[in-house]
Design a protein around this ligand. Sequence first.
Ligand SMILES: C[S@@+](CC[C@H](N)C(=O)[O-])C[C@H]1O[C@@H](n2cnc3c(N)ncnc32)[C@H](O)[C@@H]1O
Length: 335
Amino acid sequence: MEIRMLALLGKTVSIMENLGFAWLVYTGFELNLWERLLGEKTKEEILVENSNWNPLLLDHWLEQARIQDLLVCNQGKYRLSKMGKSIHEFRDYGLEALYKEFALHWGPRFAQLPDLMTGKTPRALMEGEMENELISRASKASELFVWPLLRGKCEKERWCNVLDVGCGEGVFLQRLAEEFSCLHGVGLEINPAVAERAAAQTVSYQGRIQIESCDVFQFVDNLGTYDCCLLNNNIYYFDRLKRVELLSYLKDFLSPGGQIGILTALRGVTPSLPIFKTHIPQNLMSFFLACHEGFEGLPSEREVLDLLEQSGFTQIEVFPLPFKVSHYFFARKPL
Ligand SMILES: C[S@@+](CC[C@H](N)C(=O)[O-])C[C@H]1O[C@@H](n2cnc3c(N)ncnc32)[C@H](O)[C@@H]1O
């Protein structure tokens, strides 16, 4: 057999493996199997608790999860492996939402690609579940990488008033308020369902965190109020023209010397480690976004730098997060 045929077969087999992984993880979340299998259980015990489940399919799920090293099996008793435990543990860090995105939304949307590319099918709006829930939840997956940088920056710059635009679930405002007792934050969130969850999650910081359910362009406050304005994981909601308008608009809310922080995954990034090819999923995410009406995909590093310069920000700093999963851009409003 030709070596390139072998390489292609290898790639094809790994697609099956990765698709299998995605479906296993998604099903495990939906049926709460990751939690159920924290302790040892036989297939029969699971079936007793869930008499309407299909035994044949459960048998295949358990077998596949074991083959993929997500479960270990000892004399017919299954329990989570180390990787299985990680899946369970990181569930709330956006992992569950990410897998739901892949299983329910990426596949069907990319299946339309030939028709989308040839214009037979017009680009559709983002599905309601993506818009109302999954996008904001999935972005929590970057929290573990982002938080140490954001924390350090806040400590150094002594931010007291932070405006978080497109705050999603309010995760970063919450962490900032938890860590810095003097900090006050306002979170703006256009989606009422998401804003409601953010408000519920930040209610214990009464008086210090305020969530407003509104479009950023409708936000009204005294000019020059904030020493930091965050735009985390949402620049791609705005097209190129709107981005310049947005940054100029936000600059007015900043005090002189105040900072803007733009957190975004980028297109066209060279991977830092060949074993962790983060440029592939980022570009795929950009591709997925671009399949939807109103989305242009992710920006390149050059585009974000040009945008900050055009909007009159200075002292631009770029911080790649570990493995370049995302980049944080900070820049200052001139004094
Ligand atoms: C991917 S989420 C990011 C959430 C959060 N910043 C994070 O990093 O975890 C982007 C959020 O921006 C919100 N958003 C998009 N356009 C907006 C606008 N014009 N005004 C306010 N919020 C907006 C979306 O509804 C969504 O919840």
